[in-house]
Design a protein around this ligand. Structure first.
Ligand code: ZN
Length: 513
């Protein structure tokens, strides 16, 4: 290998990264400031850029370059990982025939339209034909990508490289069983928590100001990031030196802005923390959707929905919203934001029952892609599973199987990432409390730098160098399982509902964990 081969690769991958970053700027603008009338023109700009990226990434010279680098024995470790990731991107791009890509684009555009109408009228049959076609195309796509056991594996792999149905199923089964046991304990205790304080009046400007201050204190760097408003909150990154968050604010629900922004800031701090050498290469990216989600959920749930956090933050929240919180204590507030209650809509679900929504979608997607289930059966199967797992039955398809946008854009395989994020976050949490024994005291003093430094060193810095399973094994010395999450939830629910001793058996006395 000539010494400048890697340099030629860097030139190429940096150009690709720059175009992808420009695409991300245009998409961010589309969701935040773009006037509505610009939609057509923006769609054309985005499509031109994406065609350009596709051409550049499958280009013959680039392929030869990557092939040469894969044979090389002279690369440093991080350079080998960069070449591996570029090769993976190229393989994925080359495996789909152009005709399939075009057909899929047409089908999703029709399906998206059909889904919107079906949801508005709460009538699944209006979406069924378009969805049947998408399922067929995704089954074909799984064949193009290739798989050894289950065609659904090929689709999960797009979001969670290396993950399979065979690995997920037993973990999800244990999670299902453990969650039902916790729900039964809450029901049998007949304890209840008043969460109406969250829906009093909260001034929008002050909510936004409080949320910004909070994420800055947690460690989101405003020198390399900013916050704007959008209809659907998200985090996007153009480079580790330019990370954008969005949130939305409701006057009569104070959870949305604050917890939404903390969540996105968790994603953002991951993006701000990659090794500098990885800039403008495929390594400057989250290693999987599940690990990305674990970083947002870690800050949102483990930190910002904990009692120590509110022991520190509540006095300031109370003085910001004197009229609404004068009669409330930090513990009342902590309990209100942790209420557990089965509900129909996934994005409104609490920390515990949320996973049941995901398991239902996972089971349905797996059966559809494996060809063991027909699209027409979705509403009945959905409702039966909601009843079986959560004890409630949706009154109509709009609050049942039509609620999510994901299937309308063919996003099969994405849903498991959400629950994986929760499980990874709990695994990391159980590890960090063993390595920083006074973590809760630090949080109760509003000190987050040591925690952020831990996440930086163990997770963020690696970018895409480590696969999710390698990260988890390396950091915690154990594989993915539902146990740390169930232990964490058992302890939390015990405190929130003041359940008698023995219920929160895994929790040590006092305020730990
Ligand atoms: Zn997220």
């Amino acid at each position: 290998m000539s010494s400048n081969t890697f340099q030629r690769y860097l030139d190429k991958t940096r150009s690709l990264a720059d175009i992808n970053a420009a695409t991300a700027v245009l998409s961010w603008d589309q969701e935040t400031y773009m006037p509505q009338g610009a939609a057509m023109g923006r769609a054309e700009q985005l499509s031109t850029l994406s065609a350009l990226v596709h051409q550049m990434s499958v280009d013959g010279e680039y392929r030869a370059l990557l092939e040469e680098l894969r044979q090389s024995t002279e690369l440093e470790e991080w350079q080998r990982h960069a070449v591996r990731e570029s090769s993976r991107d190229q393989d994925l791009a080359r495996k789909l025939p152009e005709e399939h890509v075009r057909e899929f684009a047409r089908a999703t555009s029709l399906a998206h339209h059909a889904w919107k109408q079906a949801r508005a009228e709460s009538n699944f049959s209006l979406f069924a034909d378009a969805l049947t076609q998408l399922v067929e195309l995704k089954r074909r796509e799984a064949g193009y990508y290739g798989f050894t056991e289950n065609p659904y594996d090929a689709l999960i792999d797009l979001y969670e490289p290396g993950m399979t149905v065979a690995q997920l199923r037993p973990v999800f089964e244990r999670l299902l069983e453990g969650t039902r046991a916790i729900l039964t304990r809450i029901n049998e205790s007949e304890a209840s928590v008043d969460d109406t304080i969250l829906y009093r009046h909260y001034d929008k400007e002050r909510q936004l100001e409080f949320a910004r201050r909070t994420v800055a204190t947690l460690g989101f760097d405003f020198n390399t990031g900013r916050v704007d408003l959008s209809a659907h909150p998200f985090c996007t990154s153009f480079a580790p030196s330019d990370v954008r968050l969005t949130t939305r604010v409701y006057e009569d629900d104070m959870r949305t802005c604050l917890f939404g922004l903390i969540h996105e800031a968790g994603h953002g701090m991951y993006e701000q923390g990659f090794d500098e050498r990885f800039a403008r290469t495929p390594l400057a990216s989250g290693t999987s959707m599940g690990i990305h989600e674990s970083q947002s959920l870690f800050w949102e749930n483990m930190v910002a929905r904990s009692q120590p956090f509110w022991n520190w933050a509540f006095p300031e929240l109370q003085s910001t919203f004197k009229e609404s919180l004068a009669d409330v204590t930090a513990t009342d507030f902590y309990r209100a934001i942790n209420v557990v209650k089965p509900s129909f809509i996934r994005i409104e679900a609490d920390e515990l029952t949320y996973n049941m929504h995901i398991i239902i979608r996972f089971e349905i997607e797996e059966a559809l892609i494996s060809g063991r289930m027909e699209v027409a059966d979705i509403p009945a199967v959905w409702n039966r599973k909601m009843e079986e797992y959560l004890g409630i039955t949706p009154a109509n398809d709009a609050e049942g199987c039509l609620q999510d946008i994901h299937w309308s854009f063919g996003g099969f395989g994405y849903f498991p990432s959400y629950t994986l994020g929760k499980l990874y976050a709990a695994i990391f949490y159980s590890q960090v409390v063993s390595e920083i024994p006074d973590l809760e005291e630090q949080i109760a003093r509003g000190e987050f730098a040591p925690l952020l430094a831990w996440l930086r060193g163990k997770v963020h810095i690696w970018g895409k160098c480590r696969r999710a399973s390698e990260l988890v094994m390396e950091i915690c010395g154990k594989p993915l399982s539902a146990e740390p999450f169930l232990d964490y939830m058992t302890a939390k629910v015990g405190r929130v509902y003041d359940l008698p001793a023995g219920v929160a058996a895994s929790e040590p006395a006092g305020e730990s964990r």
